[in-house]
Design a protein around this ligand. Structure first.
Ligand code: CP3
Length: 339
């Protein structure tokens, strides 16, 4: 039994005395102790060393006091395991030297044995669960197949992922076959995470909002749905699609336990579009954490009033920014606890 079960209760839609709170990308990024580790170890070393992943995962729990932990890792460990070379370049971000844009390149992409290729993630989960000592739940995650495709086809981050979309619209059979390989790998990967001990799963569709509503169904949602179908009987799943308010209706009927919303969709619209019954998570503008702590607290209280305290998980509308002062992040979390 987990002592602070507010997050798990909210995922079940149960009544709570206050909503739970965590922040997307809370592990690392803005914390000074993390910056020190960052100087010593490169990105994938931090991901691949269970001791480091554990240490980074628990940092925000001790220093900011969130109601859930999210494992330190990255969505791009999945394409790495599929034999795609993925590097993290300081200042640039993800870098894929040989992007997947032809049948020949696709043929080299494998659906791996996840225990062999991603066992280090499972080790990190087991170690983190021990460190958390059943105080709060641990969230495992994966990127959506579409968001992974964006990186491995584009080759790096992008404002519009034009090359990724070009592949979808000129060679759809290659795109779909790549999406299916990512989906199959992700399902096996996440089942392994469940076995290793995570308490919930979040799917990050960070670039779903790049697609039109029709193309979203075709190139993103149908693969998200396969993953949700494969997991929903084993564990609560949160589906987060940035810019995907237009899909909230389908998402609410998917079997996901909760839906993430970003700050461009009001609480009222999100409740309306999602049918009013499913747990929602979000949606504070991450840049609003630059406001003075007393303003943050006022805005958080208003946000809870608008979503309602039940069937609601307080979060940002996307990941926390690297240059947010720790005291502002703490004000965000404290505001929820004071509600
Ligand atoms: O709370 C956490 O931060 C947990 C771990 C986590 C990371 N990445 C660590 C990370 C999580 C949940 C992610 C998810 C992720 N990674 C997403 C989806 C969420 C989102 O923000 O949209 C995406 C799109 C990625 C891909 C990725 N990884 C990018 C674009 C970058 C570079 C820029 C950046 O900082 O976001 C990364 C690198 C990365 N992943 C860092 C961290 C802490 C920073 C690099 C470093 O620490 O050396």
């Amino acid at each position: 039994m987990i002592k602070n079960d507010l997050f798990l209760k909210a995922l079940k839609g149960e009544t709570v005395e206050r909503p739970p709170v965590w922040m997307m990308r809370q592990a690392g990024r803005y914390l000074p102790d993390f910056m020190k580790l960052k100087e010593k170890y490169d990105f994938f070393t931090r991901c691949r060393t269970p001791e480091l992943a554990t240490e980074i995962t628990v940092m925000p729990i001790e220093q900011v006091g969130t109601d859930a932990a999210i494992l330190f890792s990255d969505i791009l460990v999945v394409p790495q395991a599929m034999q795609i070379d993925v590097q993290m370049k300081p200042g640039l971000g993800p870098w894929i030297p040989n992007p997947i844009r032809s049948q020949k390149e696709l043929d080299q992409v494998i659906v791996p044995d996840v225990n062999e290729e991603l066992g280090y993630v499972y080790d990190a989960i087991k170690m983190t669960k021990q460190a958390l000592n059943d105080e709060i739940p641990l969230i495992g995650f994966a990127g959506s197949p579409w968001t992974i495709l964006c990186y491995v086809v584009q080759g790096q981050g992008s404002k519009n992922f034009d090359k990724a979309k070009e592949l979808c619209f000129t060679q759809p059979q290659i795109a779909h076959s790549l999406l299916q390989k990512i989906t199959d790998t992700t399902i096996a990967y996440l089942k392994g995470k469940v076995k290793a001990g995570v308490d919930a799963i979040q799917l990050f569709d960070s670039w779903g909002g790049m697609l039109s509503p029709t193309d979203y169904q075709k190139f993103s949602w149908q693969y998200m749905q396969q993953i949700i179908d494969a997991l929903k009987n084993d564990i609560p799943v949160i589906a987060f699609g940035k810019g995907c308010w237009f899909a909230l209706r389908e998402m609410s009927q998917s079997g996901a336990s909760a839906l993430g919303v970003d700050w461009t969709c009001s609480a009222q619209n999100a409740r309306y579009l999602s049918g009013g019954n499913i747990t929602l998570q979000g949606n504070f503008d991450p840049s609003r954490l630059f406001s003075p702590p007393k303003d943050i607290k006022k805005m958080v209280h208003q946000m809870i009033d608008e979503f309602g305290k039940d069937k609601y998980i307080v979060n940002l509308g996307h990941g926390i920014l690297p240059n947010i002062p720790v005291e502002n992040a703490k004000a965000f979390v404290d505001a929820v606890k004071e509600y």
